[in-house]
Ligand binder design. Structure first.
Ligand SMILES: O=P(O)(O)OC[C@@H](O)[C@@H](O)c1c[nH]c2ccccc12
Length: 251
């Protein structure tokens, strides 16, 4: 059971137990972050839908695995018009690594989000990135971790899936919020999640729709519901990533 009083999917329990075992960095990092709101505004000014394209070699809900060089994938996504990138650093269930993120961030000039299951302050010190994901459902002291991320120069992206988590995110001072359409208890995706929570998000928050966005119609649907940007993984990783990003950013 977790804080929501709901049993998590076995894959998610395994992810969390691995995350609890991972140590942090030795030294506190200090980041000069590339601005996410500026990157989204630049995409809009250029007529592109702001998309955060995700380098996700595999996942518990994906068949198979992509073994291309993550730097090649990242460059191809930027060529297709991605406003920012998300890079999985979770090694055991998503095929990611902090080293891939470091190489990708050195190779591109868009903001890079570190996608991982960060539970402790020391885990922030593993690698530099422009944005770090903090999952409201799993972080006990959200205000403390949001503050710790900002002290290091990161822009914290707080991920929520319910109204209660959204309230915790806003009271923790989050100004970059992602609504995850995937339910981590059952691993099912439902785009209604974004539509039902978005109206309760304060106007000054930069709001991202996450997961399950597969088509141009899905992109339009999330934009109409108030998404400033979209976080898209599987639909981009499946096939020609440049063409996929181009299609989804021109929606
Ligand atoms: O592949 P999708 O359905 O486009 O989803 C991307 C992203 O939202 C998803 O990978 C994700 C959302 N929140 C997470 C937390 C950890 C790991 C992964 C995720």
């Amino acid at each position: 059971m977790d804080a929501n009083g709901e049993e998590l999917a076995p894959a998610v329990r395994s992810i969390l137990s691995a995350a609890r075992d991972r140590t942090g960095g030795e030294e506190r990092v200090s980041v000069e972050a590339r601005s996410v709101p500026a990157a989204f505004a630049a995409a809009e000014a250029d007529g592109r839908v702001p998309v955060i394209a995700e380098v996700k070699p595999t996942s518990p809900t994906t068949d198979g695995r992509r073994d291309d060089d993550p730097v090649d994938l990242a460059r191809a996504m930027v060529d297709g018009g991605a406003a920012a990138l998300s890079v999985l650093t979770e090694p055991e269930h998503f095929g990611g690594s902090p080293a891939s993120l470091e190489r990708i961030r050195a190779a591109v000039d868009v903001p890079v989000l570190r996608k991982d299951f960060i539970l402790t302050e020391a885990q922030l010190d593993v690698v530099e990135s422009d944005v770090v994901l903090l999952i409201a459902r799993f972080v006990d002291d959200l205000p403390a971790l949001v503050a710790a991320a900002r002290e290091r120069g990161f822009q914290p992206l707080v991920e929520v899936h319910t109204r209660a988590e959204l309230d915790r995110a806003t009271s923790a001072g989050a100004d970059l919020i992602g609504i995850n359409n995937r339910d981590l208890a059952r691993l099912e995706v439902d785009l209604d999640t974004f539509e039902s929570l978005a109206p309760s998000v304060p106007d000054d928050v930069t709001l991202i729709a996450e997961s399950g966005i597969a088509s141009v119609a899905d992109v339009r649907r999330m934009r109409e519901a108030g998404a400033d940007a979209l976080l898209i993984g599987s639909a981009i990783m499946d096939g020609d990533v440049t063409a996929n990003v181009r299609r989804l950013t021109s929606a």
